[in-house]
Design a protein around this ligand. Structure first.
Ligand SMILES: Nc1ncnc2c1ncn2[C@@H]1O[C@H](COP(=O)(O)OP(=O)(O)O)[C@@H](O)[C@H]1O
Ligand SMILES: CCCC(=O)OP(=O)(O)O
Length: 369
């Protein structure tokens, strides 16, 4: 029987880059990463303001490659800060667009994925989807408690890549994903450390709003009392403080760059400040992995390090030196997000799965609250 051929455009806006791909069914025929330096990104007050800029760079990249978008069957974007929902593929609809534009759970580049996908697809009269957005929420009740009754911990993380890489590693280990205890560490513009138990991410640091290790452009956990004092010092607007946590925190805050390769260059050129900060980022990642291993009572089948920073051999060594006593460390540099987006869209186009309707699949515990 002859299989139908679908051509998909997949779009993955990250905090430091926009990655795009063209897939014929699940076969990648073109992929590129457009990096955005901190000067360009800082010109925009809000992430949503980057919409026209990111869309233009995508269309230009496709045009440069001579790709005719009129032949597309669907456009799939990385999903953003929606309401907490279960994993899966969702058709982009008006309710979703409204929440993405507003940034229902905050601002992040992935909010643009569904919006740009919908815009390009709408002009071609084809469907648009998002897959496993950053708000996929499988946290256990015990992990939701913060210590302040009015504040609940949230699941905001690299769900798409963490799940895709975990499944890939499970396959290579010859054990089903849902039978493994894994710690998956995605290290990109943000850094998230997910505890995968029985195929669910039962705990993870909120990689966006100040939890966990600091990262190329985020603060991670900061001393709470000092943050409160800063907020009420009368010296800063709320938006300014939020930017210190997201966008202008981490390496950007200390060294003015979100590019780890530049930091490596500074270290090579003798900067002891850059060396200390790189060491500190690795130290904080290792500490978070230690905490994640306690969630699993120390029974960890593997620790997976992934994302752009996992290409940095020295950086990875600084982490593994501190944690390899916990379990085997598997290094999967980069991410599998474009492939995962394509496969999610394809499952729906092939009729293997029905697209979920947003916001029908909101995590039930959230509604009960
Ligand atoms: N070869 C490399 N060595 C070290 N760091 C790298 C390398 N390639 C990318 N990175 C770093 O990874 C980070 C971006 O990771 P990535 O997963 O692409 O981020 P995002 O998708 O969040 O934009 C940047 O700090 C970048 O400098
Ligand atoms: C919001 C969590 C996902 C995340 O941090 O993505 P980037 O590393 O691409 O910014």
């Amino acid at each position: 029987m002859q299989h139908k051929e679908f051509r998909l455009l997949v779009i993955n806006p990250g905090s430091t880059s926009t990655k795009i791909g063209i897939f014929d069914n699940d076969r990648s025929v073109f992929e590129t990463t457009i990096r955005h330096d901190i000067e360009t990104i800082s010109e925009f007050e809000h992430v949503i303001d980057q919409y026209a800029f990111r869309k233009k760079t995508i269309l230009e990249a496709l045009d440069k490659e001579g790709i005719n978008i009129s032949k597309l069957s669907a456009v799939v974007g990385r999903g953003g800060l929606l309401r907490p929902i279960e994993g899966g593929t969702y058709e982009v609809n008006e309710e979703m667009l409204e929440d993405l534009r507003e940034g229902f759970s905050g601002e992040h580049a992935s909010n643009l994925g569904g919006i740009i996908a919908h815009e390009i697809a709408g002009n071609l009269n084809i469907p648009s989807y998002i897959v496993d957005p950053v708000v996929v929420d499988e946290m256990e009740p015990v992990a939701r408690i913060s210590g302040v009754p009015e504040i609940e911990r949230k699941s905001i993380f690299h769900a798409l890549n963490q799940k895709a890489v975990a499944r890939r590693v499970a396959k290579s280990l010859g054990t089903p994903y849902h039978e493994l205890n894994l710690i998956v560490v995605h290290m990109g513009g943000g850094i998230t450390v997910g505890v995968h138990k029985g195929g669910r991410v039962i705990d993870v640091n909120n990689g966006l709003h100040g939890e966990g290790p600091f990262s190329p452009e985020r603060a991670g956990t900061v001393p709470a009392g000092d943050l409160v004092s800063m907020c009420f010092s009368g010296e800063h607007y709320a938006e300014e403080v939020m930017k210190k946590l997201v966008g202008q925190g981490g390496l950007v805050g200390y060294l003015g760059t979100n590019d780890a390769r530049e930091v490596e260059k500074m270290i090579e050129e003798g900067s002891s400040e850059a060396a200390l900060l790189y060491e500190a980022m690795a130290y904080q990642v290792a500490k978070e992995i230690g905490a994640a291993s306690a969630v699993l009572y120390g029974r960890v089948d593997a620790i997976i390090l992934t994302g752009g920073l996992a290409y940095g051999k020295e950086f990875v060594k600084k982490i593994t030196d501190r944690i390899e006593w916990i379990s085997d460390c598997i290094i999967q540099p980069g991410e599998n997000e474009l492939q995962a987006l394509a496969e999610g869209g394809l499952r729906v186009l092939m009729g293997e799965e029905e697209a979920k309707r947003y916001p029908d699949a909101i995590v039930k515990e959230q509604l009960d609250r």
